[in-house]
Write a protein that binds this ligand. Structure first.
Ligand SMILES: [Zn+2]
Length: 185
């Protein structure tokens, strides 16, 4: 999934660990690159460059931050990390399916209890919340495209109930779908 620049910037401002491993941000003025979750001071937006791979950041001459150590992520093999990535990959590609924790854990081959715990531990949110993030990202994209109405978008992104869709949308964006569209177009 391609993450929008705006979303990446939000993740940096919020130090959102959910996006760790998805992208890195580098600060032109310091020459250092970080994970989204890094607790260092939020840089000025105009000084930030985004990368999807560590190699790209290194190639451009950025050094890994000593605080969040983005360079350590890939050099140490962590089987749990692989599980998390697998879950994220499945949800990002099949977000419109009616996932439950049970069907997801069956697909991964792990108990629901363990999956929930592991995912939450590593990302700070549950698989379900992650799924909602993906769905709302897609919904935002479709809303701004302007070809589908709210009800169509609700079902396209995987919700089966418009009231629930509106509820989640408002919770994650702070806007109703209509207000979001007005605000951003
Ligand atoms: Zn950092």
């Amino acid at each position: 999934m391609k993450i929008q620049r705006e979303t990446m910037w939000e993740a940096v401002v919020q130090c959102n660990a959910m996006y760790d491993g998805c992208f890195y941000y580098a600060v032109k003025t310091t020459g250092i690159f970080c994970r989204p979750s890094c607790k260092s001071k939020t840089p000025k937006q105009e000084n930030v460059e985004f990368f999807f791979h560590i190699a790209e950041a290194l190639q451009k001459g950025y050094r890994p931050c000593k605080r969040c150590r983005p360079d350590l992520d890939q050099s140490t093999y962590d089987p749990n990390h692989e599980v998390i990535q697998k879950v994220q990959h499945i949800l990002e590609n099949e977000y419109d399916k009616p996932w439950t924790l049970q069907t997801l854990s069956k697909r991964i081959g792990m108990s629901s209890y363990h999956l929930q715990r592991l995912f939450k531990n590593k990302t700070g949110i549950s698989p379900k919340q992650y799924l909602y993030h993906i769905r709302i990202e897609q919904a935002k994209r479709l809303l701004l495209q302007g070809e589908k109405n709210n009800t169509e978008i609700c079902f396209l992104v995987g919700f089966n109930d418009t009231a629930h869709f509106y509820h989640v949308f408002r919770k994650l964006t702070g806007f109703s779908p209509l207000a979001f569209k007005h605000q951003h177009s």
